[in-house]
Ligand binder design. Structure first.
Ligand code: DLZ
Length: 209
């Protein structure tokens, strides 16, 4: 709407200039600058609307016939439970069978990588969705746990060739963590599960003989 209004006022201005015997150079420059800024605004608006949803949002995505493991930690259980629910919602929405999803609970996020590695190595799952909540405390503990959890999950994925999804919230405080365990794409569990489905489809499509 703003771009349209700007464009209208620029058009009115140019019409006015056309009626003048000679329009000074700097006025034309002003008009050109205005036109350029309208173009930039329009471009930014388009980019914003394109990036607000993952590209796959527009594609037909299906979790049918795939199997998923969810590895979830026990610390901050009320928030982790929301991540599990979010992941289940996404998988159900994408038509995964209830029996195609297995949940494994570990004590804390630090324990996620090994369990995820074992699940991936079992050959029973097409993807492993890792869920946890790590909240910054007053000691450097947070940094060690967060770094090791991320590193371990990434390493297990590369080692096994199975997609392992990082649905672990690392937050400065409990409110930040709750914000990331909301509805649909505001829920890291939902987001990770959708990404899992996206990946298994991609790998089956592209890398299967
Ligand atoms: C010890 C600990 C701390 C301080 N904070 C968290 C946390 O915010 N989130 C989490 O998932 N786990 C935490 N843990 C537990 C560790 O992950 C791990 O379970 C223990 O250090 C035992 O190995």
């Amino acid at each position: 709407m703003t771009a349209q209004r700007n464009l209208r006022s620029l058009a009115a201005f140019l019409t006015l200039c056309r009626g003048q015997p000679s329009t000074p150079n700097h006025i034309w420059q002003l008009a050109l600058r205005q036109l350029y800024s309208i173009r930039l605004n329009h471009h930014a608006q388009t980019l914003r609307s394109e990036t607000s949803q993952p590209a796959t949002e527009q594609q037909a995505l299906s979790a049918k016939d795939f199997r998923f493991a969810i590895v979830a930690s026990g610390w901050h259980d009320s928030i982790v439970s929301r991540l599990i629910a979010g992941a289940r919602d996404a998988l159900e929405e994408l038509l995964a069978a209830e029996t195609a999803v297995e949940i494994f609970r570990v004590p804390g996020s630090f324990e996620i990588p090994l369990c995820a590695l074992k699940a991936a190595e079992s050959g029973k799952f097409d993807a492993v969705i890792c869920l946890g909540v790590i909240i910054r405390g007053e000691t450097p503990h947070f940094d060690y746990i967060a770094a090791e959890t991320a590193r371990g999950i990434g390493e297990a994925s590369l080692k096994t060739g199975v997609p392992l999804l990082f649905g672990v919230i690392t937050a400065d405080n409990i409110d930040q963590a709750i914000d990331r365990a909301g509805e649909k794409l505001n829920n890291k569990g939902f987001e990770a599960a959708r990404a899992a489905v996206e990946l298994v489809n991609l790998y089956r499509e592209v890398f299967t003989k």
